[in-house]
Every structure is written in C-alpha cells, then in structure tokens.
Design a protein around this ligand. Structure first.
Ligand code: ZN
Length: 444
C-alpha cells in the first residue's frame, strides 16, 4: 500500500506544474492506489464512578437509573456500569461530593465530573432545598456532561432559546432573562439537555422535565454508532511535520470570564448562570466545501471529521490550550488521505484582538483574536483559497477573554505583510466600527 504522505508530497511538487488543475483530479489517483484499515467494533461503555458521591446504596441506584433513562433512546447500545472497565476506551462520569466548584459539572475528553456540593453549598443552594431536587439536578447535569463526551466537535445546542424567567440566588441577587429566538427547545418549552448552562434555570435542572431534543439525540446516536464500530471519537489534535515558519495551526485560548460566584453588582445581561464547562465555543462558517469534509489532523496523523462536506455553518467546542492543524478530506476518501493547513493553508484574517493580559489558559504574551479566517490553497495560488473557513468566538459577554491565535512559534517573517481591506471589505464593515481590525496576509 502506498502511503498518502508520500503521494501528498508528490502532490505538493505537482502543484507547481499543475496550476489551475483542481487537486481532486490528482486525489482520484490516490484513491485508486490507497487503502484503509478496518476498525474493530467495540461495546461503548460509560463507567459511573460513585465511590466519592456520598450516596447511600439506594441513592446510587436512583442516580444510575436516572442517568440511564436520559439515554434510553440509545436502545442499550451504550452500557452504563459502576464497575470500571478493565481495558479499552470507555467514558467516565464521576460524582464528586467534596468540592464546591464554580461549575455544576465539567467534561474533559472522556471524563466528566458533576459536583454534588455545588447544589448544597453553592450560591443557588436555596433552589436545591430537597434531596429529590438535588438528585434530579445531578442526573440532569450528568446527562449533559456525558453527552459532551459523545459530541466532541459540537457540544452545545446553540439553538436553545432563553426564556423569560426570573430567579433569586442565596445571596439575594435577582437574575432575569429575556426571550431570544424560538428554536431548539423541547415540545414542553424547556431547553434540551444540551442547552448551555447559561440558558437553563437552576430550578429547571431540578424538575426532571428535560430530555435531549430529537436533533441532539440524532447527533449522539451518530457518534455512538461511529465509536461502536471502532472509531476513536476523542482524538487529540496533532500537527506534525509542519514547516516552522508557517503560522497555520490555530491555538484556542481561554481568558477572563464572568464569575457566577461573584456576580458584579448591576450585571443583569447576559443572564449570569454558571457555565457547564470551560471549553471555547466557536461559530464556524465554511465555503467552497461542497465536496470536502472538514476536520483536523490527530496526533496519530489521521483525519478527524468535524463537519461533513456541504455543511456550511456549525458550532465547535475546543478545550483551552488546544492547538489544531485543520484539514480537509474529499468525500469518500479514508482517514489517512487529507490535505492539511500546515501544508497548503493560509491564515489571512485576524480580527477583534484581545490583549494578552486577558489570557488565562494558556497565558500568552501576544494579542489573540475573537475571529480568525483561513483557507486551503488547492491550486498553488494563495490569493484564491478554494475552501475558506471563518471562526468566531461565541458568548463573548460571558467569556470576554476567549480567543484564538495562529500558532506563533517564531517572530512573524518579513513575508507576512499587514494589509488593510484586501477582499474583506464586506465582512469587515460591521465589526470594524467597534474595534480596530488587523489583517495579515501571507505573501508566499
Ligand atoms: Zn455544556
């Protein structure tokens, strides 16, 4: 079998002499010569770790049954177990009874933690005033966090609407929300389980009236199916073999955020409920991708799909500190056959700078950005990027320090010149009125 990398290098050389010829003409040859490994099927398991829950045996059973019932739509394709699997890839949900965390729950990779003391000792404790409400809320949050593990690319349901609701916390602060939009909720009007925490009233988590919406269920089912057929749905982004002087990896940086435990006086908008996780949420828009799946290069140097070809707008979530070499793959090709930013990418738009001092995880020393634009140069002409990507940080009011930066390992080379308004006047107009814009274009 011929390895795609070898062929890919050949493609790079060919690009010099095939200017104008779409690269998929060359990729067809790759398809004829290449092959792909068959994955091994596996039972998908969720390890429910209640060893530090402080639960009685009866409570453990109630929690386990409740969590399982939220995923009943999976028809037992996922096994929930309180016995830690001895081997293989599995998911973990931990119930912690020690910390009063700032979040109700968090998820990192294939492990989630839900904080029980948050309900009994946090600033919303007056809402969770019975054991029954606490149990229902823990199940609600646990279902949300476990689902994050099954939705590594696009966690939250951003269509979930805000409701016109009011609540008072234990510190006497009143919070008000207004209606915004009317899509993405359950038939009973409640936000689905994948609505982000800021759209869900604490009391709603304690009612047991929330399920996954049909759209959320479909997404989870799809990932579970892929995982059960042996696919690793939680790969780590990689980014090997990249030329050191090209800034084509995208780094995701979390920064200062709204602190729900210390709400500032007078802050009513946005509704300052706790976030259920600290990932960076990004609105992603693609063009020219009708035959290209969009994704990134994993640490195993394979392609991981984030969006199918033809999908032009979607949301992605990234862990703070993630550095991603984005990539595209033509429809029908295998995971080791792709084109990556570090080889043919150009970052050509950086907008809405954030001062380095606002960065938290990781701390950075240079400005970073709320919007970043890049593309894949398929025809060896960097002035025309056939597949274009734009990423915008969401929820900048809750997370004003969240941003992105092209991976900067060296001082910008002299061939990166700062230009103003080269082909981006239309997109730029609305935001330039608010903040100074910065455009960079690689001249090479
Ligand atoms: Zn979440």
């Amino acid at each position: 079998m011929l390895y795609f990398n070898q062929l890919f290098n050949a493609i790079l050389r060919l690009r010099g002499i095939t200017k104008g010829l779409p690269i998929w003409h060359i990729l067809v040859i790759v398809l004829l010569l290449g092959g792909s490994a068959r994955p091994v099927s596996a039972q998908v398991k969720v390890y429910v770790d209640l060893s530090n829950s402080g639960f009685t045996d009866v409570e453990k059973a109630t929690f386990g049954d409740g969590l399982k019932s939220k995923f009943a739509f999976l028809d037992a394709t996922v096994e929930f177990t309180t016995a830690k699997p001895a081997s293989g890839i599995f998911h973990t949900i931990v119930l912690d009874n020690k910390l009063v965390a700032s979040d109700f729950g968090v998820t990192r990779g294939t492990e989630s933690t839900v904080y029980r003391k948050k309900l009994t000792d946090g600033h919303w404790k007056s809402v969770f005033d019975t054991a029954d409400k606490q149990m229902k809320s823990l199940v609600d949050t646990a279902a949300h966090e476990v689902a994050h593990q099954f939705l590594p690319g696009s966690g939250h349901n951003e269509k979930a609407k805000n409701e016109a609701t009011k609540a008072k916390d234990a510190n006497g602060n009143t919070y008000v929300r207004t209606v915004a939009g009317n899509e993405g909720n359950l038939p009973n009007g409640k936000p689905g389980l994948m609505a982000r925490g800021s759209k869900v009233m604490p009391a709603e988590t304690a009612e047991d009236e929330r399920e996954f919406t049909e759209e959320e269920k479909d997404k989870i089912k799809d990932t579970v199916k892929r995982e059960s057929s042996g696919e690793n749905i939680q790969p780590k982004p990689g980014g090997k073999d990249k030329p050191p002087d090209k800034q084509t990896d995208i780094k995701f940086i979390s920064g200062v955020s709204f602190d729900p435990e210390r709400p500032s006086l007078g802050v009513m908008q946005p509704f300052p409920l706790d976030e259920a996780d600290d990932w960076l949420d990004v609105r992603t828009t693609l063009s020219g991708n009708d035959i290209w799946d969009f994704g990134f290069v994993t640490s195993d140097n394979t392609f991981f799909r984030l969006a199918a070809a033809g999908v032009h707008s979607f949301f992605l979530g990234f862990e703070p500190g993630t550095v991603v070499d984005f990539a595209i793959r033509q429809i029908g090709f295998s995971d080791d056959q792709f084109l990556k930013m570090s080889a043919i990418g150009v970052v050509d738009l950086l907008r809405d700078p954030i001062p380095a001092a606002q960065s938290v995880d990781p701390r950075v020393t240079m400005d970073y950005f709320r919007e970043i634009g890049f593309g894949f140069d398929l025809n060896a002409d960097p002035s025309i990027l056939e597949v274009r990507v734009s990423m915008n940080i969401l929820h900048e009011d809750l997370d004003p320090g969240d941003g992105m930066a092209p991976m900067t390992t060296t001082i910008p080379e002299p061939n990166i010149v700062t230009l103003v308004l080269v082909g981006f006047a239309g997109i730029a107009a609305s935001r330039r009125a608010r903040r100074p814009a910065l455009y960079r274009r690689h001249a090479s």
